[in-house]
Ligand binder design. Structure first.
Ligand SMILES: [Mg+2]
Length: 234
């Protein structure tokens, strides 16, 4: 009996299934406006990015860590003189970000519906547990997944572990996402297929070179093209 080459498909969530980065960008814009008297917006954004990177190991990925990094940046930019009412406004815009509407991307629902039942579908995302659970519930896509994994980081061992637990190992699995760094490169390293779906907005932290010479690397323009990639494997 021949084995099916693919039994399990992992999907990233933010900016793969639904919009995410655009809400961060809007919040960042509001943040730079709050501090406009102290520095130019590019300077504030650069300092914020440094704070976020520095703090990842303390807070992990997600909005709560982002909010704390905004406060830290406000303290730095004002040399310790940020008024309490500005901190209160930063907390407000952080909370607004936690309540942003969930907008699924084109072709997402149809693609998941077509694959559900034929493959084991697993949502693999990092970020705040609370926030990701809320977004999944509001997206209405939860029932289409066989498993949901909200992880603190995405590396090769994360994918090896999840695809072994949920499916038949990484060799018969595929990961789909908008981040080369988090979704594609480590999934390929684990032995899975990696299907890159670029999103026009991707956090600069997530940029790395495209692994174009990896035999299991694929790139599509939108999720509607996933079907063709899967057909091509068998
Ligand atoms: Mg993503």
């Amino acid at each position: 009996m021949t084995q099916r080459p693919l039994t399990t498909i992992g999907f990233d969530a933010d900016d793969t299934l639904w919009q995410n980065e655009q809400f961060y960008r809007l919040t960042e814009l509001q943040f730079t406006e709050l501090l406009a008297d102290h520095a130019a917006s590019e300077v504030i954004s650069a300092r914020l990015l440094e704070a976020e990177k520095r703090n990842l190991r303390h807070y992990g990925f997600g909005i709560k860590g982002f909010t704390l990094s905004m406060i830290e940046t406000a303290i730095e930019i004002t040399e310790g003189n940020v008024p309490a009412n500005v901190i209160a406004q930063i907390l407000d815009i952080g909370r607004d970000l936690l309540a942003h509407p969930v907008e699924t991307l084109p072709h997402v629902r149809q693609t998941l519906e077509a694959l559900s039942g034929k493959y084991l579908l697993v949502l693999i995302t990092k970020g705040d547990l609370f926030d990701q659970e809320r977004k999944l519930a509001q997206s209405g896509l939860g029932d289409l997944f066989d498993a949901v994994e909200i992880v603190s980081d995405k590396n090769a061992s994360t994918y090896r572990r999840i695809f072994s637990k949920v499916g038949d190992g990484p060799e018969r699995a595929m990961m789909i996402g908008n981040s080369l760094k988090s979704d594609i490169v480590p999934a390929l390293a684990a032995g899975a297929y990696g299907v890159f779906v670029p999103h026009e907005l991707t956090w600069s932290f997530e940029h790395v070179e495209e692994p174009t010479d990896a035999p299991r690397f694929r790139k599509i323009g939108h999720l509607g093209e996933l079907h063709g990639v899967i057909e091509g494997l068998s």
